[in-house]
Structures are given as C-alpha cells and as structure tokens.
Design a protein around this ligand. Structure first.
Ligand code: ZN
Length: 313
C-alpha cells in the first residue's frame, strides 16, 4: 500500500479525531448550518446513524440567495412557458427543466458553501451521494459504509417507479396532491427511507399509516400531539426529536428518545460545546414540529410571492 492510500485510510475512531482541533473547527464553521453539522455530519461520523441527508439548496445558509440566482438565470424560459399555448408548453417545459438543471450546476456546485460541505465530508471520511429530486432541488446523502450506496441506488429506483405509477394514475397530467413529491404516497418508498435513515420502526409505521390513510396530515398530527401534551401540563421529550424533519410516533417515544440521548452522550464526550449546540437543535426541532401549521402557511405565502415575482421579471 502506497503512502497516499495509507494516508487516506479511515481512522478506526473518528471520535478521537474530533477530540482534537477538528471539533473546534467544526464548531466555528460558518458555511454549514448548526443542525447540518451535528445531525447530518457528526451523527454519521460518530456512528449514531449510518446515513443522513440534506436538501440543497434549502439547507444551505444562503439557500434563498442561491435559489434566486437560479431563478434569474431561468426567467426567460419560465416566462416563455407561462405565455405559451398548451401545445407549445409540451416543448417548452422540458427546455425549462434543462435550463434549471444547468443553472443549478453553475450556481450551486460552484458555490463556496457547497465546496465547504464536500470538504467536511472528506475531513470526516464520509461518502456522498447526490440525488436530483427536482431540477432545482437535490438531496445530498452522507454515509460511511458502501452498503448504504447500494441501498441509495435501490431507493432511487423505488422513487422513480412511484413517480411513474403516480403519473399514469393521473393520466399523464401533473395534478396536485397537496404533497410536494408523489413518492410520499408509496409505502415501499417510505419504509425504505425510514430504514435507511434508521428511524425507529414504531415512528416509521405511524408515519406511513398517517400519510397513506389521511393524506398529508402527519405534520398536523405531530403538531397536535405536542400541543395536547402541553395542555395537560406535560412536556415533550426533546430527545425524541433527535433530527430535523423527523416525526416521532408520540412526543415521548422511547425508541426515538434513545437515539437523541445516545447522540447527546457521544457528542458530550467529543466536545461539550457541540453537545450544547445539539440541545439547541433538538429544542428547535420540537418547536418546528409544534408550529408546523403556522410555518407551512408562511412558507406557502413565500413561495407564492416568489412565483409572482418570477412571472413579472
Ligand atoms: Zn416511535
């Protein structure tokens, strides 16, 4: 084995690496959001989860700004689609998608913030896998085991099958379901994601049940559970909200809480500062779940405004 390979060999224990200056460096890093640092990078690096993902550019600190840059590059194609007749739209929509794809590469992949994310993957010996979920939205998966890569490829196929089935059932028209992505209605897809991200099975089962039966009310259910608990004068277990955008089956789910506590304990051993930061993250996670109905209202308003602005540009 040459020097290069020996040098790049993954250390047996990333924790020991983090006990040094690396955790200070991570703490001070301004190009990664706090929850991304801890929940996506460190929890995988420390072996608390074997895979995580972040949505790009939404989970970039300057995600809004980067999104707007892409909009500006695509505005002519966007306006052409808006003013076209139905038959011309068939040609113009794929053209717009291609333009968005190219602009995404130009703006995102070349950005300092994207490069910082790649650099941190390298420093923590994490592998990455990029999936385009829409021309303007990607998911960046982080993991440290090649087995996960195989699972991610399978997941991509499951997602594609779910989307094709949905398009067929809609007769080819892109009708809205109230969900951002049609695969959210595929139990095969949802169970695969839950397993991949190592969410407790009780929480995954509840999520899939709510999603399929009541259609898009998982978030409302989770918010209601926290509010009702508080009304009884009790508090949710913050550790059960161990990562962002995860919905425990209940505000005091034991299995979910164990994940959060394990993360906190391991982080405390590596760096008390990062452990404190994690506590802030889980507190925010609870708040986000609780305030979901209000937040989604604000988000929809923002997206509407952005679309209106784009059509006027
Ligand atoms: Zn649970």
């Amino acid at each position: 084995m040459g020097y290069f390979l020996r040098f790049w060999k993954k250390p047996k224990n990333v924790a020991s690496l983090l006990k040094g200056t690396l955790s200070e460096e991570m703490f001070d890093e301004s190009l990664l959001l706090d929850h991304v640092k801890i929940e996506d990078y460190l929890m995988v690096a420390l072996g608390i989860r074997s895979c995580s993902f972040l949505t790009i550019p939404a989970e970039f600190e300057n995600g809004d700004e980067l999104g707007k840059k892409i909009d500006v590059l695509c505005r002519e194609d966007f306006q052409a689609v808006l003013s076209a007749t139905a038959d011309k739209k068939m040609v113009l929509i794929p053209k717009l998608k291609k333009k968005i794809r190219e602009s995404f590469k130009k703006v995102i992949f070349a950005s300092a913030v994207y490069r910082a994310h790649m650099e941190w993957s390298r420093k923590l010996f994490l592998q990455t896998y990029d999936i385009e979920v829409r021309p303007s939205i990607h998911e960046l998966y982080l993991f440290n085991n090649s087995r996960v890569k195989k699972e991610l490829r399978r997941l991509r196929n499951v997602r594609n099958v779910a989307r094709e089935r949905f398009a067929l059932s809609m007769g080819g028209s892109e009708r809205k379901t109230g969900l951002a992505f049609p695969e959210e209605l595929s139990s095969d897809y949802l169970f695969s994601v839950g397993k991949l991200l190592e969410y407790p099975s009780c929480c995954v089962e509840r999520y899939v049940h709510d999603r399929l039966r009541e259609n898009a009310t998982v978030e409302m259910r989770a918010s209601r559970q926290v509010k009702e608990l508080r009304k009884e004068g009790k508090e949710p277990d913050i550790y059960a909200y161990f990562v962002r955008n995860f919905f425990p089956c209940g505000p005091r789910c034991r299995s979910a809480s164990e994940m959060g506590r394990k993360a906190f304990d391991l982080l405390s051993k590596v760096s008390p500062k990062l452990a404190d930061l994690y506590l802030e993250c889980v507190r925010k996670n609870v708040e986000m779940v609780e305030k979901y109905p209000e937040l989604i209202g604000q988000y929809r308003k923002k997206m509407k405004k952005r679309a209106q602005k784009l059509s006027r540009m």
